[in-house]
Design a protein around this ligand. Structure first.
Ligand SMILES: [Zn+2]
Length: 363
């Protein structure tokens, strides 16, 4: 069997210091590095995403002139992250129907962002992200209603990992429409090769995993009004990070590449885990992969997730305030050492927690 069709590939290396602190959720994605055999359901786009590259790069690497793939076809995939594209031009404020729209000038993969709308009719605006294709995000092209914050109306957006095509959005006010795009650069991270012992990787095959994933997916569909009024703050007092947001990884030798949708903060077991901001607890309990899990809905489609805790000290339905204890650091679920894995998801997609900390809204 090749590494790609083996459900549990042979392990070649023992523990490393790196993997002891590893958080492994990205193993839920599939893809491959090196030579790859196309399977049913694969597309160039999905393969580009899971291998940290772009469709254009895959076309170039393989000398292809069409994006059509056939099952069984062999493709070359890049072995490491792509280089960041050159700096992009700024996008100036634009307006329609008396509404001024301001967007970030440039973005990186995994950024959360806000579009800022102002003017007398800003509250009537409806916004869609046209660059969302459906392969890349949950609920693509959702029609979004801006949230009023002071004199402005804000729409929260997110840039998915693995996709460097420009972020395109459309603002509609009455019958007028405005479309703009913002260039996106990669994080330039090299693929990290963890080689996990089967005792850890077998947790991915837990029969309760399906129910766990379904519960989390359900949490991502919530759309409530934003409830926070202060900047976001760290969930643990310890600043060290062991594994960066967005890191592409393989978990077993020759195995698939996945992205790290959160940031890992190593901390002694028992360290207090606190809410990054006000919200409502929508999941709280022990799960096979995420371990001791708390999910907080902050509103505006934003959820924060806290994984691998040894204890969870809040209950579903409970309102929490920024800085309130939600649990304790542990190493439960698919984890090889005590740490907090923190995710900040915008309508279900992982965004870089660093883009939220000490800010009321992302850039
Ligand atoms: Zn992690």
């Amino acid at each position: 069997m090749t590494p790609h069709d083996s459900p549990r590939p042979a392990l070649t290396l023992p523990h490393t210091r790196l993997l002891r602190r590893a958080c492994l959720l990205a193993a839920l994605l599939s893809g491959a590095a090196g030579a790859y055999t196309v399977k049913a359901g694969d597309t160039l786009y999905s393969l580009a995403r899971t291998s940290g590259t772009t469709v254009a790069e895959l076309l170039r690497l393989n000398g292809l002139t069409s994006t059509t793939l056939e099952v069984g076809q062999t493709l070359r995939l890049p072995g490491e992250g792509v280089t960041a594209p050159p700096p992009a031009p700024t996008s100036a404020p634009a307006s329609l129907a008396g509404v001024t729209v301001t967007a970030p000038a440039t973005l990186r993969m995994g950024d959360a962002l806000v579009l800022r709308l102002s003017g007398p009719r800003a509250g009537e605006a409806r916004v869609r992200f046209l660059s969302e294709t459906g392969e890349d995000v949950r609920q693509p092209g959702e029609v979004l209603t801006p949230v009023q914050v002071g004199n402005e109306f804000l729409v929260l957006g997110r840039v998915v990992l693995g996709k460097t095509t420009p972020l395109m959005f459309e603002v509609q006010v009455g019958n007028e429409r405005l479309q703009r795009s913002v260039p996106v650069s990669s994080l330039g991270q090299r693929i990290q090769r963890l080689n996990l012992p089967a005792s850890i990787s077998r947790k991915l095959e837990d029969p309760a995993r399906e129910a766990e994933d379904a519960a989390v997916e359900q949490a991502y569909t919530r759309r409530t009004a934003p409830v926070w009024s202060k900047p976001f703050q760290e969930a643990v007092k310890i600043r060290a990070q062991s594994s960066a947001f967005g890191q592409p990884r393989t978990y077993v030798a020759g195995g698939p590449v996945g992205y790290h949708f959160g940031t890992d903060y190593p901390a002694p077991a028992g360290t207090m885990v606190t809410a990054v901001n006000d919200g409502t607890v929508i999941l709280a309990g022990m799960y096979p992969v995420r371990g001791g899990l708390v999910v907080i809905d902050h509103g505006a489609g934003l959820t924060s997730l806290y994984f691998h805790q040894r204890r969870v000290t809040v209950q579903v339905g409970q309102k929490v305030t920024r800085g309130q204890k939600v649990g304790e650091v542990g190493s439960t679920g698919l984890s090889t050492g005590a740490h907090l894995h923190l995710e900040m998801r915008v309508r279900g997609e992982g965004t870089d927690p660093a883009g939220w900390m000490n800010r009321l809204w992302p850039k």
